[in-house]
Each structure stands twice: as C-alpha cells, then as structure tokens.
Design a protein around this ligand. Structure first.
Ligand code: SF4
Ligand code: SF4
Length: 143
C-alpha cells in the first residue's frame, strides 16, 4: 500500500495491506481488495493514493531486522507494528491460519511471553475473529 522515505524497505509486489484494512477515502471496507489494485502490478493510482495509504508502514517495513519471511506477502498476514511493542497482526480471511504456520506461531508466542512482563499482548485479527496470545496460552475473544 505504501512506500516512502520512512524506511529503506519497499513494498515491491506486496499489497497485503490493500486487502486487510479499510480505506475510508475510497469507501473500501475491511477485507475487500481495493478496486484500485492492479494484480501483479500494484496501486493503479499510486501518485494520488489516499493519505491513509501514504501513512501506513507495516511492522516489516519499520523494522529492518525482521527477516523477509515476515514481509506480509510472504507471511500471509500484516504486523501492524514491529516488536517490542504490543503487536497486532491482521490476516487474510482467505488464509486464516497463516499465522499458525512456523516460524510465525512460535515467534508470536515468544513475543507474547516477553510482552506479558510489561502488560502488553499479542493479538491476531482475522475478519471479525480476534485471538489474544498470552504467556500461557491463547484466548479467542469471540467465544
Ligand atoms: S488506493 Fe492504492 S495503495 Fe491504497 S489500498 Fe488501494 S491499491 Fe492500495
Ligand atoms: S503490507 Fe507492508 S510491505 Fe506489504 S504493501 Fe503494505 S506496507 Fe508494503
């Protein structure tokens, strides 16, 4: 969705955030692929894309130390912010278990254990379903 001077990394062909977040300026709802997205190419209105798109940098973009396997197009979900802060990941409803694959689930659980010391948590949102990863397990908030 975004690329710019805030990071040395670039989105390339990734467009995961063009799918999993609402874009108020375009009327795009959550989890609908943006109508401006050209598959395999990228944003069809990149130069005039909305401010929401310009302002967003996912966790992988912000943290140069996160390996490329955490790039959202590889992981199948978007880290909103990089560790060590509270972490929220939004995943693709078409691939809801992506975060449960390795190395992701183990790392997310490790971060959850680490963050628990500071009363922060790791959450995973897939559509309307939110799962919180705690230091000793997981809680599905929709149950
Ligand atoms: S306007 Fe462009 S950058 Fe923004 S969500 Fe749509 S395709 Fe992505
Ligand atoms: S999810 Fe991250 S890498 Fe992918 S398009 Fe959005 S900002 Fe770029």
């Amino acid at each position: 969705m975004s690329a710019g001077a805030k990071t040395e990394r670039s989105c390339g062909t990734c467009h995961m955030c063009c799918k999993v977040f609402p874009i108020p300026e375009t009327g795009k709802q959550d989890y609908g692929t943006c109508p401006h997205l050209i598959p395999g190419v990228g944003c069809g209105q990149y130069e005039t894309r909305p401010q929401t798109c310009r302002d967003f940098f996912c966790g992988w973009m912000q943290d140069q130390d996160l390996p490329d396997e955490w790039k959202p197009c590889n992981a199948g979900f978007v880290l909103h912010d990089p560790p060590p802060w509270a972490i929220l990941a939004s995943g693709d409803v078409d691939d809801p278990d992506a975060w449960k694959r390795e190395p992701y689930q183990s790392q997310l659980r490790d971060w959850a254990r680490d963050l628990a010391q500071g009363q922060h948590m790791v959450g995973v949102r897939i559509g309307d379903k939110v799962t919180m990863l705690l230091k000793d397990g997981e809680v599905d908030l929709n149950d």
